[in-house]
Design a protein around this ligand. Structure first.
Ligand SMILES: *[C@@H]1O[C@H](CO)[C@@H](O)[C@H](O)[C@H]1NC(C)=O
Ligand SMILES: *[C@@H]1O[C@H](CO)[C@@H](O)[C@H](O)[C@H]1NC(C)=O
Ligand SMILES: *[C@@H]1O[C@H](CO)[C@@H](O)[C@H](O)[C@H]1NC(C)=O
Length: 475
């Protein structure tokens, strides 16, 4: 009897341990399965009209604020070869209000570009996913496919919340893609992302200090034709327009009197008037790329961005200056949205490359981010600034004035860099910051000069200076 009870007890213990083991392994299976299954749900099998590719891509939503339902949309393309050994790069476009998918992915550094038929894609031979895993984020809410269930959110966007939401996005994205936890991360972007990128970098660095959490392994950032410091940017813009022969002496003087000290995003009426005069004097050129023809199709843009020279972050030209319009056709196709897992319940009635609503209702926009540069240079991040030298919107002169204001010691003096035996631009290495110009490129450097942009990202990611002629000959 006792024997029997002992045996029973033993059986029960064994049974319980077995149950525990089962439960534990089930739990483990469940949770890795849950991130795995979320990831798999986001997997893009094939886009309409897409060329054959070997890399994996994912797209979908990440909720960044449960209360108001703020949700950001991302598109992630893994590296073509050996994604497990390549760094992760988050790319951001500016505006404020422009989609990183419309610009960064579909006409700059992504694997695809949209054909003129608006129905099919072709491969970008200089896609940055040949050197990195590329994550594109539509930020903030109201941009691209990113949305909020509280419509008020679209009228209250600003720099501070954008950085917070983008940090929340990253924290959650790494949970969905645990295989990228701790991976070397770099931020990159252009134009108004000259605010987003350093601000997000700062938020990441501060959060890491606070929590000790190491999933987000930020190593550095790089910005191009980046809005950095309203005063120095203004000086550089007016000087560039004048010295390029685009505006009159009178307008140049008036701009310097009435606009130099203005906020870039919130401009006084008087400055606005003189900017309109300048815009008139420019004529029908593309200020984002002053030597290439503008898109002359009669499609009306959904907002004032085109009219206002002062808005940043969109449109550029290659040989086909109308790529943004092809994208507008393509990304509005229901079958394309379906392939990207866009939820019709929350999709915009009309997908636009830049949201005028977001742009015109922008709230906080500090006049300078140079203080963040000073802080982050101290923290040892790799920081690069580049500039296409035929852009009149945030020209090379602006960036030079901003860098000059940092008063950094020079490590390697100004010199030409080379690609394929030709001068690709100029570069100067400062203590804590590298500056690179890209010759003949407009506001969207990778659109106009894709080969040079590829040389740039390769140098940046490997932390080596831009190649010189000698370096080129040896290689
Ligand atoms: C696409 O690529 C795969 C893998 O390289 C190959 O097996 C397949 O035949 C290709 N399909 C087409 C239509 O080219
Ligand atoms: C927002 O509302 C839509 C439609 O009611 C719903 O499907 C979605 O889950 C909501 N999103 C969030 C983040 O609450
Ligand atoms: C202008 O737009 C109209 C209406 O969308 C279209 O029918 C027409 O072909 C366009 N013209 C040109 C020159 O693109």
């Amino acid at each position: 009897m006792i024997e029997q009870r002992k045996k029973d007890k033993w059986v029960i213990v064994v049974f319980h341990s077995l149950l525990l083991v089962l439960l534990l392994s089930f739990q483990r299976a469940c949770c890795s399965f849950s991130s795995h299954s979320k990831q798999q749900k986001d997997k893009v099998t094939e886009l309409p009209g897409q060329p054959n590719v070997s890399f994996a891509q994912y797209s979908g939503y990440v909720s960044v604020n449960k209360d108001s339902g703020r949700t950001l949309f991302y598109w992630f393309v893994e590296a073509v070869e050996d994604p497990a050994s390549k760094p992760l790069v988050l790319w951001l476009n500016g505006g404020p209000g422009c989609s990183s998918i419309a610009y960064g992915l579909a006409e700059e550094v992504g694997p695809f570009r949209v054909n003129a038929d608006g129905k099919s894609l072709y491969s970008n031979p200089y896609s940055w996913n040949q050197v990195a895993n590329m994550l594109f984020l539509d930020s903030p809410v109201g941009v691209g496919f990113s949305y909020s269930n509280n419509s008020q959110d679209l009228l209250t966007n600003g720099d501070e919340r954008t950085a917070k939401d983008s940090l929340a996005f990253l924290q959650k994205w790494f949970k969905r893609f645990p295989q990228y936890k701790g991976r070397e991360l770099y931020l990159a972007g252009e134009s108004y992302a000259g605010h987003y990128v350093p601000q997000l970098a700062q938020a990441i660095v501060q959060s890491r200090k606070l929590t000790g959490e190491k999933s987000i392994n930020l190593k550095g950032y790089m910005v191009g034709n980046a809005l950095t410091d309203d005063f120095h940017d203004h000086l550089g813009i007016f000087q560039f327009m004048w010295s390029s022969g685009l505006i009159s002496d009178e307008t140049y003087k008036l701009l310097n009197i009435f606009c130099d000290y203005q906020s870039f995003v919130h401009t006084s009426q008087f400055c606005e008037t003189i900017l309109d005069i300048a815009s008139e004097e420019l004529g029908n050129i593309d200020p984002y790329s002053i030597f290439t023809p503008p898109c002359t199709s009669n499609t009306t843009f959904p907002n004032k961005l085109l009219k206002r020279l002062h808005s940043v972050g969109h449109i550029g030209e290659k040989y086909d200056p109308c790529t943004a319009e092809h994208s507008t056709v393509y990304f509005n196709l229901p079958e394309v949205q379906k392939a990207l897992h866009v939820d019709p319940a929350v999709a915009p009635s009309q997908w636009v490359t830049c949201s005028g609503l977001v742009n015109l209702n922008w709230k906080d926009s500090p006049r300078s981010v140079l203080n963040i540069y000073r802080e982050l240079i101290q923290s040892g991040l790799r920081i690069w600034m580049f500039s296409g030298d035929t852009d009149a919107v945030i020209p090379v002169t602006s960036t030079r004035y901003s860098i000059d204001a940092l008063k950094l010691p020079t490590v390697t003096p100004w010199h030409a860099w080379y690609h394929d035996g030709q001068v690709g631009g100029s570069t100067q290495v400062y203590k804590g910051l590298t500056f690179v110009t890209v010759r003949g490129a407009g506001h969207e450097v990778p659109l106009h000069k894709p080969k040079l942009a590829r040389a740039l990202i390769e140098a940046f990611l490997s932390g080596t200076p831009m190649p010189t002629l000698a370096g080129h000959d040896e290689s």
